[in-house]
Write a protein that binds this ligand. Structure first.
Ligand code: FAD
Length: 539
């Protein structure tokens, strides 16, 4: 009993008190006399928020949370960590929507990027045009995509590449890829960035270009650690490509210049149902080979994964009962989802165009469902489901998510081995399962992001949630899926990757591993940044 009292009651208290007091804090004490000291939070609320994320599976406690009011505050923090004999970890936290503690920093400092929002960042969202780039927006790395959407729409413009959910930060999705149904046509979000400002762990600027643009007096400012560097494909390109899909390892994105295009007013949104996976994927691949649509995704419908879910409520009650009877016949129904953008003025022609496009497809007869909604409602389709779950206390539950990129040549094997033999047979599904093809041709191989080695690959998302006591059941099933892929030679890549060993990371990056490591030694040699990814601190 004594052991029990010390371990379960007293030790958490000691740990909390330690966090509350700068004097027992694991950070070097001098940090509390720097100019940023009054922006460092060590109170329980701040620490608790920074110790959790959307996944709700991993809880790691930082020593402090920095709430920067300017980009310089972050520069100062990184410089300070760097100057110390034992540097501490620094993790940017965009919106904390990772699943496995990726934005956490054990005994280090979490930078709450959202506190830059009040103009402490890159001055909000600025829309511009140039002959070389067309329309673009300069956007703070801390901004949420929903805010980028509403600000750019005021100019009749919008980004071209999205994620399914918009309450994610620009820095957070660019550190991964930013994939959605638009990716086949426009590429992922990381393929739609012209330029970025990055605070690196360490950097020597591209000296040849540097001489062209600046005076000698700035040289001292620009060499060394924790610097703000502007980069693009032409300018400090190694850093530019490193950061895109770089899992936060090389620098903190404080500004990104995002590609914009004219925004449509409305969209035609169509879902088609299939009972045969091969026909379903053949039609998906046929549709992404054209540029007639702006968006294509797909999902599984099963008893445990109903047609309407938090990602979108699409089917009427009578549609749902039709689908229920199909399910009792087929077990799994595959749902193909497409969207065509249009302007008010082209309302007469859009239906005809869609009809022509969908004519040769082989969905189940009569099982086509259509909607016509405003562009914004379509892009922000997940929000209403989120709010409903929040009101029931079901949003902040464990999310053992698994996202995979499966090469086209293995998608039939994947269907049999995983969807049929594991997911359907074991009947544990509690959430949406996505499956849709996209093209690797829109991904620049110099970026850090890793994809399968085939022109076409499928994005597969197991977006499941559970109660607090049973998430391990689904997590075990995730492990089984990974093992089955390995055993069957299905050469998939994890998206939003998570590995516990160095070997796992080396396999993940494959031929890119050496470059990834070299870039780490170049831009963050003391391995300060985003320790929560567990890449350079794994065993
Ligand atoms: P965080 O969780 O805060 O951070 C993620 C990583 O990026 C951390 O390592 C962090 O240190 C680093 N980071 C954060 N900000 C910066 C910065 N400014 N500079 C450098 N590094 C930084 N992904 C898709 O691609 N497509 C989807 O459709 C999609 N839908 C999603 C829906 C939901 C409901 C959720 C929860 C996630 C979804 N995701 C999707 C995954 C999401 O894109 C990633 O988890 C993303 O990292 C979340 O952004 P965030 O701002 O919350 O990042």
């Amino acid at each position: 009993p004594a052991y029990f009292i010390v371990f379960f009651i007293i030790s958490p208290l000691i740990s909390i008190v330690g966090k509350l007091s700068p004097w027992t804090n694991p950070l070097p004490p001098e940090i509390f006399s720097l100019d940023i000291a009054n922006k460092l939070r060590v109170d329980l609320d701040a620490i608790k928020t920074a110790s959790t994320d959307f996944g709700n599976l991993v809880h790691v406690t930082p020593a402090a949370v920095l709430r920067p009011s300017s980009i310089n505050d972050i520069v100062d923090l990184i410089k300070f960590s760097h100057s110390h004999s034992v540097p501490f970890g620094v993790a940017a936290r965009g919106h904390g929507h990772s699943s496995r503690g990726q934005a956490m920093a054990d005994n280090g400092v979490v930078v709450d990027m959202s506190s830059l929002n009040n103009n402490g960042g890159c001055d909000g969202i600025r829309v511009s045009w140039s002959p070389a780039l067309g329309f673009y927006a300069d956007v703070g790395g801390e901004k949420l995509w929903i805010d980028v959407l509403s600000d750019t729409l005021e100019h009749g413009l919008a980004p071209v590449s999205w994620t399914d959910y918009l309450y994610l930060s620009v820095g957070g999705t660019l550190s991964n890829a930013g994939i959605s149904g638009q990716s086949f046509r426009y590429g992922p979000q990381i393929s739609n960035v012209h330029e970025m400002d990055i605070i690196t762990g360490e950097y020597n600027v591209d000296i040849h270009r540097f001489w062209l643009v600046t005076s000698l007096s700035h040289l001292g400012d620009l060499l060394g650690t924790g610097e703000l560097v502007t980069c693009s494909k032409q300018w400090n390109s190694e850093l530019f490509f490193a950061v895109l899909g770089g899992l936060g390892q090389f620098g903190i994105i404080t500004r990104a210049r995002i590609v914009l295009d004219k925004a449509p007013n409305r969209v035609k949104w169509v879902r088609l149902l299939y009972s045969d996976f091969s026909t379903f994927t053949r039609d998906q691949e046929k549709l992404i080979s054209t540029t007639a649509l702006e968006y294509l995704e797909g999902s599984l419908i099963m008893q445990q994964s109903p047609p309407n879910n938090w990602r979108s409520s699409f089917f009427s009650l009578s549609d749902q009962s039709r689908i229920a009877s199909l399910l009792s016949q087929h077990g799994i129904i595959y749902c193909l989802e497409v969207v065509k953008y249009y302007e008010h003025l082209s309302i007469d022609t859009v239906d005809e165009e869609l009809q022509v496009l969908l004519q040769g497809l082989n969905f189940l007869p009569g099982l086509m469902f259509k909607k016509d909604v405003p562009f914004v409602d379509f892009l922000n389709r997940v929000r209403s489901g989120e709010l409903k779950l929040q009101s029931k206390g079901l949003w902040d539950v464990p999310h053992p998510w698994l996202n995979l990129l499966v090469p086209k040549s293995h998608i039939m094997d994947f269907n049999e081995a995983v969807f049929v033999n594991i997911i359907h047979r074991q009947n544990k599904t509690t959430g949406p399962i996505l499956v849709y093809p996209t093209t690797g041709k829109k991904w620049d191989d110099r970026m850090s992001a890793v994809i399968p080695d085939e022109d076409t690959f499928y994005c597969v998302g197991f977006l499941r949630s559970t109660g607090f006591n049973d998430w391990e059941v689904l997590d075990d099933q995730n492990k089984e899926i990974l093992q089955v892929c390995e055993k069957s030679g299905i050469k998939m890549k994890q998206y939003l990757p998570h590995y516990k060993t160095k070997e796992g990371w080396m396999n993940h990056f494959g031929s890119k591993w050496n470059t990834f490591q070299d870039r780490k030694s170049q831009f963050d040699p003391k391995m300060i940044l985003s320790p929560g990814q567990g890449i350079f601190n794994s065993v």
